[in-house]
Ligand binder design. Structure first.
Ligand code: RIB
Length: 311
């Protein structure tokens, strides 16, 4: 069982030939509405791969909140601890350019109303989890309360520090079993330079010195730098033709959580998650781009090494 505490957003995705300049109006050819939010995306990826997932979140009292709740239920995710907050659901206007790169704005909406009390209320459900997954689109005090709860219950915590938040207390992050920044988040949070591979490794190692068990620095298509007590290595990623990279990082986290919670094999879980994330960028959308276990098994982009460690 995987616990995901975090955000839900309705993604308002515009596919545009380029970003407009200030003051310019530009016609974009396509628009899609979908369910997103880093927390929900990670929960959905793990659930589609076959994990039991329980989510702790707040959705809005509006139609977007209804859509999000229905979607999570439809994915088989336990929503007993997904509450409502008055007002709008979180929303994310997203702009995707032809090469697949994206720009994302987030309006937290109901996500800002997720409190430490909500964490405590979910304690019994989270106690049954193999891994508790957190991100930073909900209040930091709630994230810290969840880390406290994980420690108290003996449930390992994975903190994905996205989006980067300079106010994150790195001492709190160092209480987690897994910390999964990208390079820029790593630099922002450690205050160390990350301009060269050696600097990235040194910044990641500095976190082990402060108590973290494992740092997984996501490097996009280059893969993942894994730094832990066993040493350090880059687990290579996959070069695929990217159509839309939105949510690929969340696909990685959800797939890693699925694979690791079944096997406790970090290397195999990274390989599996790298392949799953690469597969997701070959399709449009965030959650829409995530394969089911059966689809992923048949995916032509799935490398031979990426057997499901849960199989
Ligand atoms: O990581 C991608 C996600 O970031 C999108 O789904 C959007 O909702 C924002 O939370």
């Amino acid at each position: 069982m995987i616990g995901v505490l975090g955000s839900t957003m309705i993604d308002l995705v515009t596919y545009t030939p380029r970003m407009p300049a200030a003051g310019e109006t530009l016609e974009a050819p396509e628009f899609e509405l979908g369910c997103g939010g880093k927390g929900a995306n990670q929960a959905v990826a793990a659930a589609r791969l076959g994990s039991d997932v329980t989510m702790v979140a707040r959705v809005g009292s509006d139609a977007f909140g209804d859509l999000m709740l229905d979607t999570l239920r439809g994915e088989g995710i336990d929503v007993a601890h997904v509450g409502r907050a008055p007002g709008t659901n979180g929303v994310a206007p997203i702009f995707v350019e032809p090469d697949g790169t994206n720009r994302i704005l987030i309006v937290k909406g109901a996500n800002a109303a997720l409190t430490p009390a909500d964490v405590e209320a979910a304690a019994d459900a989270l106690a049954a989890c193999d891994l508790l997954v957190l991100q930073l689109e909900v209040p930091l005090e709630t994230v810290y309360a969840a880390i406290d709860l994980g420690k108290r219950l003996g449930v390992p915590v994975l903190l994905n520090p996205a989006p980067g938040d300079p106010d994150l207390d790195i001492a709190q992050a160092c209480r987690c079993a897994f910390f999964t920044p990208n390079e820029s988040e790593l630099g922002l949070l450690t205050g160390l330079p990350v301009d060269t591979p050696e600097q990235v490794r040194a910044a990641a190692r500095s976190l082990l010195d402060r108590g973290l068990d494992a740092v997984l620095v996501t490097l996009g298509s280059a893969g993942v730098l894994r730094v832990d007590a066993d040493g350090e290595e880059v687990v290579p990623g996959h070069a695929v033709e990217a159509v839309d990279t939105t949510g690929a990082g969340d696909a990685f986290i959800g797939a890693f959580a699925h694979a690791w919670s079944g096997s406790r094999d970090v290397r195999a879980a990274i390989e599996f998650a790298n392949a799953y994330a690469a597969d997701s960028v070959t399709r449009r959308g965030t959650q829409k781009s995530y394969a089911s276990a059966a689809q992923f098994a048949a995916s032509s982009t799935r490398p031979r090494t990426a057997h499901d460690p849960q199989e």
